[in-house]
Write a protein that binds this ligand. Structure first.
Ligand SMILES: [Zn+2]
Length: 415
């Protein structure tokens, strides 16, 4: 069917979404739950607000606008099934356990075979594959004897074999509202208003409960046998990491993100080698979900303030520029853990109380909390780490008082 070129306002319900399949969030099987249809090749079948691919949906539109990409294209999903065939977990059947991703969005060609054969354009929102990680810090760990290649988890060359899972956001709005302690109507209104009116159906179509928001995705890296993730008796070392491109990829030394991440990877690999399982979940939430522009402005403001960049004023400068210390809502963060069936984390690599509280509140037991070892903190990142510890972030070390925090100074900007 050729899509019409005139603009159809989705707020007029007689124009679109006529015969769409119902979604029963938390139902016991894929067929009962019903597929999420956010594709645009048959608008009558759509049962979600927005469309697939998270933030890339806008690039897709641009590519179509440039004439490079056919809007009618339907993916050929043959041979795309995951390298690990995850079995449905108890948590998939609890409408409140998972609300920001779609557990049945994995291997849709298996779960929704009949519907796909009947012509529905169902797109996957989760994909599972394998990789070998080549990480300089891990090669050093091998050289220094902290990790021993076993040929199974860590190759002779020091590469780590993993399974990785990519998640696109799928928001079940009643569940999101409940998680944030809001009325669903209020949530929908604010989402509509504060995105400049991006999705009118948020306010005009209360019968549609699923939103595919144009935001960043999540990736889980699994070390060892993924089946063990759901066994609380198997030791699990886990790092939940929010994106910091400057440090994670480029090695910028103003924060502890990359060293904490690679330390988490090292521990995850070692736990897997010892018969346990490791997990690193990476959330695309740059700069405390405020973005890099805000982050860089804050760096400048911190370094130019009277008295220099001190741990004492660390959070204050972020709040001045951004209006809030931290725009992350960790309430949705545990969802990928529940998708994987995690019930108990033996070693949690995170000093954030927001993350810890959210994990525990969601029903996952945490045994040990692991802070970043002192020797891994870059000199310029002492400001961040001391400020966080003083603000109540988890540490098994000592916490500095106000006078001492003023003494913890970062590098000045170069003239
Ligand atoms: Zn960072």
């Amino acid at each position: 069917m050729k899509r019409s070129s005139h603009v159809v306002l989705t707020s007029h319900s007689n124009q679109v979404y006529k015969d769409y399949p119902k979604i029963n969030w938390g139902a016991k099987s894929a067929e009962e739950r019903g597929p999420i249809i956010g594709s645009l090749t048959d608008t009558n079948m759509r049962n979600a607000i927005g469309t697939h691919s998270g933030s890339y949906t806008v690039y897709r539109a641009l590519s179509i606008a440039a004439g490079d990409y056919s809007p009618e294209h339907k993916p050929d999903l043959e041979n795309t099934e995951g390298t690990w065939n995850i079995k449905p977990q108890e948590s998939w059947f609890d409408p409140e356990k998972i609300v920001s991703i779609d557990p049945w969005g994995v291997d849709v060609n298996l779960h929704f075979k009949k519907s796909l054969e009947a012509g529905m354009d169902i797109r996957p929102t989760i994909a599972i594959t394998q990789a070998h990680l080549q990480i300089p810090e891990i090669y050093t760990a091998v050289e220094e004897g902290r990790i021993k290649p076993d040929g199974k988890i860590v190759t002779k060359a020091g590469d780590i074999k993993i399974t990785k899972v990519a998640f696109e956001p799928v928001w079940y709005l009643p569940g999101i509202a409940k998680r944030l302690n809001l009325e669903e109507g209020e949530l929908r209104k604010i989402l509509f208003q504060e995105t400049g009116g991006m999705f009118p159906e948020l306010v005009t179509r209360p019968d549609l409960h699923v939103l595919l928001p144009p935001i960043g995705s999540v990736t889980a890296y699994i070390f060892g046998d993924p089946e063990k993730l759901s066994d609380p008796k198997t030791e699990l070392s886990c790092r939940v990491h929010d994106e910091c491109n400057g440090s994670d990829v480029f090695g910028s030394d103003i924060c502890t993100c990359r060293p904490y991440l690679t330390y988490g990877i090292e521990h995850a690999a070692k736990t897997a080698q010892a018969g346990g399982v490791g997990l690193v979940v990476y959330y695309r939430k740059e700069g405390r979900a405020l973005g890099e522009v805000t982050k860089f402005l804050v760096y400048n403001a911190r370094k130019r303030q009277e008295g220099g960049d001190s741990a004492k004023n660390y959070f204050y400068r972020t709040e001045c520029v951004a209006g809030v210390e931290d725009a992350r809502f960790q309430e949705l963060m545990p969802d990928p853990l529940h998708f994987l069936g995690v019930k108990k984390i033996h070693n949690l690599h995170s000093m954030s109380n927001m993350k810890y509280d959210s994990i525990v509140k969601s029903g996952i037991e945490v045994v040990n909390r692991i802070s970043i070892p002192k020797e891994l903190i870059p000199a310029d990142a002492q400001v961040e780490i001391e400020a966080k510890k003083a603000a109540g972030y988890f540490t098994d070390g000592d916490v500095k008082d106000d006078g001492e925090l003023q003494e913890v100074q970062g590098r000045k900007l170069e003239e």
